[in-house]
Design a protein around this ligand. Sequence first.
Ligand SMILES: Cc1cc2nc3c(=O)[nH]c(=O)nc-3n(C[C@H](O)[C@H](O)[C@H](O)COP(=O)(O)OP(=O)(O)OC[C@H]3O[C@@H](n4cnc5c(N)ncnc54)[C@H](O)[C@@H]3O)c2cc1C
Length: 424
Amino acid sequence: MKTKQTDFDILVVGGGLVGLTVALACGQAGFSVGVIDIAKPSDQLADSHDGRASAIATASFRMMRALGVADALIEDQDTHAGPINQILVSDGQAGQAPSPLNLFFDAAGIAETNAGEPLGYMVENRRMRHALHQQTKKQDNITWIAPARVSDIAASADKTTITFDASDGESKTLSASLLVAADGRNSFVRKMTGIGVTGWPCNQKAIVTTVEHELPHGGIAHELFLPAGPFAILPLTGNRASIVWTETPRAADAAMALDDDQFAAELARRFGDFLGWVKPVAQRWCYPLSFQHAKTYIGDRLVLVGDAAHAIHPIAGQGFNMGLRDAAALAEILVQARAEGRDLGDGFTLAQFESWRKFDNTVLTHACDVFNKLFSNNFGPLKHARRIGLTVVDKLPPVRQFFMKEASGQVGDLPPLLRGEKYS
Ligand SMILES: Cc1cc2nc3c(=O)[nH]c(=O)nc-3n(C[C@H](O)[C@H](O)[C@H](O)COP(=O)(O)OP(=O)(O)OC[C@H]3O[C@@H](n4cnc5c(N)ncnc54)[C@H](O)[C@@H]3O)c2cc1C
């Protein structure tokens, strides 16, 4: 889409799930927003673009309701959001029954905090992306600029200016008070502005697909810890589940190379027969996994959000949720800056964003990395200790409740959107 507007309050580079949410939250709060993406919108919206489904925590889903995105997930009176009522975490071996020492989370255990809602919802990313696009299109103050390749960024005393190559091959410029980098884990903006990261590869890949199964799953998410990493069975709408099967890179490449029947058999061996027959009904995707955290989230008239700031292992289904919390906090800080007559890109505004989000994200990114290391191995004493650890947490209601509240995203200083409050 083309635009004649060249000056915005906010420019978002990266119109993925997090960038779209930032644009929508800020657009609904009354700011003019430009969203620049390197990909064509039609490519991003193709079903083949992203095979993942995301566990959306209760608080994050409340935000999606406030933004109108939850309504946009409804089609023919049915929602594409499947409730997660319970989570069962167990340790096991492929082809063997899970260890009886396990951990069980039930939404009923935090019914008061959760107002009777489930622990979260599973939504396919392709559905979420469509819903976010649909909502942003309703905002006259949000402008799409795509496909476009950013080539230069220059911040001055009163604005930031980006230069980009437009789809017609011309080099153009846009300016704004604030630039938001939401361009994913390999963020061009982060690299271009010299912001470093701490990070390491996880030596794992995640195979993702969708399966159909014979029996209803009852909204139970299963996380089975196998020696190479977690094997997650995540309840989608209907008798369907999203699979995240973590393996060593070599084993993942081998599984991806199997023909359909061999792959289905190997997957069924891990899945077991507790839901009757099971068969893959979508293509397979494979994602290399790594840990990465930006050394700072802010620069000159710049903030980093989502995977551009922090990319983590999907073991706890938190990456997108963290990006949503970034988006909600940023929108609130910008609304306050406007109310106080401050510049959206001044140092005080940006420092508030960093202090609100960096500590939380640091704790969660490292916790996910430690959990993954603890659970993705077959070392005897460690295996024994973690099985006992799961059972201890299971048998201590306050500790179990703490983990459930964390998983449902209801702890800490929640910005208005995560409490379900709207800007418009
Ligand atoms: C297997 C797996 C399962 C997961 N499951 C969950 C889950 O259950 N729950 C959860 O919360 N999280 C989950 N995550 C994490 C979640 O998917 C990510 O955190 C989330 O997608 C990050 O979104 P983003 O918008 O920050 O980045 P991206 O989705 O990477 O989007 C980046 C956008 O920027 C654009 N872009 C890239 N480069 C440029 C450029 N130079 N110029 C302009 N645009 C550019 C891209 O086209 C894209 O649109 C999972 C991750 C994996 C790998």
